[in-house]
Write a protein that binds this ligand. Structure first.
Ligand code: FE2
Length: 384
């Protein structure tokens, strides 16, 4: 194993009811005039408003930017930055799913760079950090609340871009996920499983990926079905929030691999929710790893899934058993298959040439070319 970087994260306040402390935390970070960066639906359903109320009670002046939507379009990021300038805002509190938190990161990049559009800063590394940012996630999936990555959809090229901005604090309060519908709970939860499995099977795997990834897998298999069936089950929501946080740390340590390349290219073309694309892409990650990756990593996944493997078991056989467990979970969660959703094999194959432009693709084991990508897509389509 070669040397690896462990990138430490922002402070994380975790626990049921943690969002009640957002006002104090914002003040500690020196915020006075705050932009709450969120989604209109979260205001209508009273989720973002819980956070807004706490900020106002703490004496902060609050401005609500509720234009965030799926895929974090670059033009919305630019609008957010213009909004900050208009009201001379000095801090951002992001409340939402992954795309909303990513939009907030992009807004902070634009302001810190004294620019006008995120399109100028896609390849920026860790640079100026002028705008304080607190993230509160309303799904248990993305891990974006603690990660430095902002996945932005460029409205001109259609590509997914990944500039960097590390939040100053993440607040993970499972209460904010209670109103998430069953379908979204299921798909965002599958994103957690994909993060954990892809982190510990890709070419960058390291001990941090093992530790966080394996615990995330165990928690997701144990608690995701309950969170889907019983939305206000406190324990299930808390455990899935923890699993998502661990998954975020696993991918921050190791990255993802070919499954996310499928989710991000096929998803971008067909406007498929990220977690659903990740769910579909995950069984094939396991058989792909059997062909081109390390057997040891599949054994780590098996151990986390509670599946007994023996030394004399064929590697592909082991991968197929693991893939079968993922398929079984999707069926239990009543996630529609690719075919049931109306897509053909040709539809799936149509994004094969986009994989190499995806940020996760380079972490995939082996040296995947078009032949290997086509095999992966074919299996993915056939298996679910
Ligand atoms: Fe993901």
């Amino acid at each position: 194993m070669s040397a690896y970087i462990w990138n430490t994260f922002c402070p994380t306040l975790f626990g049921t009811g943690a969002s009640k402390e957002v006002g104090d935390k914002a003040r500690e970070l020196g915020m006075h005039k705050v932009m709450v960066c969120t989604e209109r639906a979260l205001c209508e359903f009273g989720v973002a408003t819980q956070v807004i109320d706490v900020l106002e009670e703490a004496g902060l002046e609050v401005f609500v930017f509720d234009q965030c939507v799926a895929d974090a379009p670059s033009d919305i990021c630019d609008e957010g930055a213009a909004y900050i300038r208009k009201y001379e805002i000095d801090g951002v509190v992001a409340v939402g799913g992954g795309s909303t938190l990513d939009t907030a990161k992009a807004v902070c990049i634009i302001i810190s760079q004294n620019g006008t559009t995120i399109r100028d800063y896609y390849s920026i590394g860790e640079a100026e950090h002028e705008m304080k940012l607190i993230t509160l996630c309303t799904t248990s999936g993305t891990g974006s609340e603690i990660s430095q990555w902002a996945v932005i959809g460029d409205v001109i090229t259609g590509a997914k871009e990944m500039p960097i901005y590390k939040p100053d604090m993440a607040i993970v309060d499972p209460v904010l996920t209670y109103s998430l519908p069953a379908g979204a709970t299921a798909s965002t939860g599958m994103d957690v499983l994909a993060h954990c499995v892809e982190a510990l099977t890709n070419r960058n795997y390291n001990p941090y990926g093992y530790i966080f990834g394996k615990e995330g897998i165990k928690l997701t298999l144990r608690w995701l079905p309950t969170a889907v069936k019983e939305p206000e089950n406190e324990k299930a929501r808390e455990m899935m929030a923890l699993a998502a946080n661990l998954g975020g740390m696993a991918i921050s340590a190791c990255g993802c691999q070919i499954g996310h390349s499928f989710a991000q290219t096929f998803g971008a073309k067909n406007h498929i929710p990220h977690g659903l694309g990740c769910a579909w892409g995950l069984p094939g990650v396991l058989t792909y790893t059997a062909k081109y990756g390390e057997r040891q990593n599949l054994e780590e996944v098996a151990e986390a899934m509670g599946i007994v493997s023996s030394e004399d078991m064929d590697t592909m056989k082991l991968a197929e058993i693991l893939a079968g467990r993922v398929v079984e979970l999707m069926e239990e969660l009543e996630i529609k298959s690719i075919r049931e959703s109306g897509y053909t094999l040709a539809d799936c194959m149509s994004v094969a040439d986009r994989f190499e432009h995806d940020g996760a693709f380079g972490n995939s084991p082996g040296e995947p070319g078009m032949k290997e990508i086509a095999e992966y897509i074919e299996y993915t389509y056939q298996v679910y």
